[in-house]
Design a protein around this ligand. Structure first.
Ligand SMILES: Cc1ncc(COP(=O)(O)O)c(C=O)c1O
Length: 375
């Protein structure tokens, strides 16, 4: 038995949805893309959605649409996947890491404030594990300093903050990922949500080479074939095959989230009061998407517990190594960066399996092994 920390949940309906597209006229850039964008916008409460080939591309085009460039600074968290910071580097901007809050593990608003300089242009808060960041505070800070906010919601499709879904919390843009371990999947895929029409138009252009066919945007009209490349964009298009899968998955998102909640409730019940570990907390007014379930090993050596869990067939993981610790970052000016809370969290963290198809039997086995190894 091998139990991964996360995996997709695909049924016959998903398979049929993909097969239908394979028999249709469009494999890419067809009707399913628009339909998927509209449905995610409707679900999250955002005005526009722009679907792209992965979550990293979503963050990249969001940074481009925000106008980030060399000399700009972007504040993000070190406890995230590298893409949340790399997207700033792609634009020539500089990621600046603000430490995490030791209770939520999300970026700390107070730490953001400490990192603001005249060069700061944007904040990229990451709703780590699916728990929404303290967006009221982050928006207050951003407003006070004239900063853009691009939420990295890769873990948080369907998560709720003060009654609103992530994607409609009032930031400039919010990015999602549809990688197989994420709340729903398109195979590879991502989407940027925005309420701003100008940003929406830029996102569409950056997704596809900077090319437009929209008549009102063309500088001249040579004929029906005519289109223009107006600036340097990318081919970040998503397929209709992926979007058909995403549409079918979206119908099940609420039940997936419910199942994740049930799994987390069972972990909480089993681990509460257990010496040797710390379990995650959910903040008031938030409904986490529970993309990840992080424990902190307090007494035993984390590596030892991790290795024993792996040896027992449990695909535990560590999310994440503080981004600035990677050799690439160290070699590019981050050698002396240290976020204390992030380092302490990283030294103790282990992600336990949480995904909709995890069976009760599998979870009981995980619980039993964790109890055995941590105390
Ligand atoms: C927080 C975070 N941001 C961005 C990404 C990038 O998404 P993708 O893998 O779809 O490019 C991920 C994916 O692992 C992620 O976890």
């Amino acid at each position: 038995m091998y139990i991964p920390y996360g995996r997709q949940c695909i049924d016959e309906e998903d398979i049929q949805a993909v097969v239908e597209v394979l028999r249709s006229d469009y494999l890419t850039t067809g009707p399913k893309v628009k339909e998927f964008e509209e449905k995610i916008a409707e679900y999250t409460g955002a005005r526009y959605g722009v679907a792209v080939c992965n979550g990293t591309a979503a963050l990249h085009v969001a940074c481009l649409a925000a106008g980030l460039k060399e000399g700009d600074e972007v504040i993000t968290t070190p406890i995230t996947f590298a893409a949340s910071a790399n997207c700033a580097l792609y634009c020539g901007a500089t990621p600046v890491f603000a430490d995490i809050d030791p209770v939520t593990y999300n970026i700390s608003p107070e730490e953001i404030e400490k990192k603001i300089t005249p060069r700061t242009k944007a904040i990229i808060p990451v709703h780590y594990t699916g728990q929404p960041c303290n967006m009221n505070e982050i928006h207050r800070i951003a407003k006070g300093h004239g900063l853009l906010v691009i939420e990295d919601g890769a873990h948080a499709l369907g998560a709720v903050y003060q009654g609103k879904k992530v994607g409609s919390l009032g930031s400039d843009m919010t990015c999602f990922s549809f990688h197989p371990v994420k709340p729903i999947t398109t195979g590879e895929g991502g989407m940027i949500m925005t309420d701003d029409e100008e940003l929406y138009k830029k996102l569409l252009l950056y997704r596809s080479h900077g090319i437009t066919r929209e008549e009102e945007m063309l500088s001249e009209q040579q004929g029906a074939w005519y289109y223009e490349q107006q600036f340097l964009g990318y081919n970040y298009r998503i397929t209709d095959i992926g979007c058909a899968l995403g549409l079918s998955q979206l119908k099940k998102l609420d039940s997936f989230l419910q199942r994740r909640k049930e799994i987390v409730a069972r972990y909480t019940e089993a681990f509460e009061g257990l010496n040797g570990i710390r379990i995650p907390e959910q903040m008031d007014g938030c409904e986490s998407g529970w993309h990840l379930y992080m424990i902190q090993v307090l007494e035993k050596d984390r590596k030892e517990v991790f290795d024993r869990l792996r040896a027992a067939g449990i695909g535990v993981n560590v999310h994440y190594i503080p981004v600035y610790q990677f050799p690439y970052y160290r070699q590019h000016g981050y050698k002396d960066v240290c976020c204390e809370q992030a380092e302490q969290f990283y030294a103790r963290a282990i992600s336990l399996p949480v995904f909709p198809a995890l069976t009760e039997e599998q979870q009981e086995y995980v619980i039993q092994k964790v109890k055995e190894f941590v105390s």
